[in-house]
Design a protein around this ligand. Structure first.
Ligand code: GLP
Length: 251
């Protein structure tokens, strides 16, 4: 039965990020008490930066990530890890270099897989998620066009990790960071909607006026491939963490 995700509107992006960081730290601590690892699905973009800063702060106060396994949602194809815009760089500079995570427990899709190997690479990424026990908690952002990860409008809910073409809205949104739209990679590897929906819990962060319209659409009953975030309506435990601006169009 479709179920529109729960949402919380916080006074600020910082407050929303702190609330999610607290939920993640409680999850890590409770699973550690059971001597089980925590498997997190992680996102990039401007939106989760404050979440990662808060997790780093909690680490400085004693939260350990040595029992945490991570899987990133996506990565551009065709740029090197060293490229400042690679998600590999983003994750290491904002989070991984600043916590005690075991490097072998970090999984980020490879940006340099040869075309002929993409399919088997994507299957192996999916297999690693399964072998780790599946994702306990997935962090998502949302694109202005309703994408989650790089599952662009038109994405099927049946597809797992795969290589995909970027949508024109996504390319425009990334243009500034890459110094112009022509420099933005055209392709990416992304967990599929199918992968995302297997997470036991899903949390989506959205901040600012620019996300208000798409957040309202994602939370309006009705699942459509035109707005991939509406697929979250078929998940049993999803919560949107919003600031006032992103939640402004919700009743
Ligand atoms: C990129 C990422 C998405 C992210 C989105 C929103 O396209 N692939 O995972 O959610 O951007 O980015 P931002 O948080 O900067 O608005």
């Amino acid at each position: 039965m479709p179920k529109v995700p729960a949402f919380h509107i916080f006074p600020s992006a910082k407050a929303a990020s702190t609330a999610l960081a607290d939920e993640i730290s409680q999850l890590i601590r409770s699973r550690e008490a059971e001597e089980r690892p925590t498997v997190l699905g992680l996102a990039t973009g401007n939106t989760p930066i404050q979440l990662y800063a808060e997790l780093v702060r909690l680490h400085e106060e004693g939260l350990s990530f040595r029992n945490v396994v991570t899987f990133n949602l996506d990565e551009y194809i065709g740029i090197s890890r060293e490229n400042p815009e690679s998600y590999w760089q983003f994750m290491h500079s904002h989070l991984f270099d600043r916590i005690d995570i075991v490097p072998e427990n970090i999984h980020i899709p490879e940006s340099t897989v040869l075309s002929k190997n993409l399919e088997s690479y994507c299957s192996s990424y999916e297999r690693q998620i399964t072998e780790a026990g599946g994702i306990d908690l997935q962090v998502l952002g949302i694109g202005r066009n309703g994408h989650i990860g790089f599952n662009e409008p038109g994405a099927s809910p049946e597809v797992a990790t795969h290589a995909t073409e970027l949508n024109s809205v996504t390319i425009d949104d990334a243009a500034q960071a890459f110094g112009g739209a022509t420099h933005v990679p055209r392709r990416a590897i992304t967990m599929g909607v199918k992968t995302i929906l297997t997470a036991r819990r899903i949390t989506l962060l959205a901040f600012g006026t620019g996300k208000a319209g798409i957040v309202e659409r994602a939370l309006t009953p009705g699942i459509t491939a035109k707005v991939p975030a509406t697929y979250l309506q078929s998940h049993h435990d999803t919560t949107f963490f919003l600031d006032q601006e992103a939640g402004a169009q919700l009743a």
